[in-house]
Design a protein around this ligand. Structure first.
Ligand SMILES: Cc1cc2nc3c(=O)[nH]c(=O)nc-3n(C[C@H](O)[C@H](O)[C@H](O)COP(=O)(O)O)c2cc1C
Length: 170
C-alpha cells in the first residue's frame, strides 16, 4: 500500500472479528516497531503481545471496560524498560520513543489490513500487575490488534491553516 493511503486508512478500530492474526503479520508489525527512531537510539521500548483470552478480558476491565480490547485477538502493551532520560529540550524521551514505535505498529497493521486503536484510558498499576511488568518499567499505552469488524469514520481534524504556522507562532 502506498504510504499516504496507509496514513489515511488507519483509524481507531473499536470492533474486531473473531479471527486470529497470522504469526507472519504479527512479526512484520513488530519489525516495524523495532525499526522506529528513538532519542540517542536508546530503544527503551518493550512490547508484550497478549493473546490469552482471560488476560484480554482483564485488560478490557482495567481499561474502563472498553470491551473491544477483549474482542481483539491480540492486545499489545507498549512499555518502556525504565530510565528517566531527559533530552536537552526538557522532555522525557521514553513516552515519545514508545509512541513513535507504536504508531509504526498502527501504520504497519493498516498496511496489512488490520485494525488498531490507541488506548490511554487504563489504570497502569493493575495492568502492570497482570502482565508482570517490573516496578521501574512503565506501560505507556495499550493497543488492540485484529481484523476490523467496523468501518472507518470520516476523519475530524483541524484544518491545516489552524495547525501550521510559517516562520513563527501566530
Ligand atoms: C494517546 C492516545 C490515547 C487514546 N486513547 C483512547 C482510548 O483509551 N480509547 C479509545 O477508544 N480511543 C483512544 N484513542 C483514539 C482517539 O480517540 C482517536 O485517535 C481520535 O479520536 C482520532 O480518530 P482516528 O484514530 O479514528 O483517526 C487514543 C488516541 C491516542 C493517540
Amino acid at each position: 500500500m502506498e504510504f499516504f493511503e496507509c496514513v489515511e486508512k488507519r483509524y481507531s478500530c473499536r470492533s474486531y472479528q473473531d479471527r486470529p492474526v497470522e504469526e507472519e503479520k504479527l512479526e512484520r508489525i513488530m519489525e516495524a516497531a523495532r525499526l522506529a527512531p528513538s532519542a540517542a537510539n536508546r530503544q527503551e521500548w518493550r512490547f508484550i503481545t497478549v493473546t490469552d483470552a482471560e488476560k484480554r478480558r482483564r485488560l478490557a476491565e482495567i481499561a474502563n471496560n472498553q470491551s473491544f480490547l477483549a474482542e481483539a485477538p491480540v492486545v499489545i502493551a507498549a512499555c518502556a524498560a525504565g530510565g528517566e532520560h531527559v533530552m536537552t529540550c526538557g522532555q522525557r524521551s521514553y513516552p515519545i520513543d514508545v509512541a513513535i514505535a507504536l504508531e509504526h505498529v498502527a501504520l504497519a497493521a493498516a498496511d496489512l489490513g488490520l485494525g488498531t486503536c490507541w488506548i490511554g484510558a487504563f489504570k497502569e498499576g493493575p495492568a502492570k500487575e497482570l502482565l508482570g511488568v517490573p516496578g521501574e518499567a512503565r506501560i505507556v499505552q495499550l493497543m488492540p490488534l485484529g481484523y476490523p469488524a467496523d468501518s472507518p469514520r470520516p476523519k475530524t481534524r483541524l484544518h491545516l491553516d489552524e495547525i501550521w504556522m510559517r516562520e513563527e507562532w501566530r
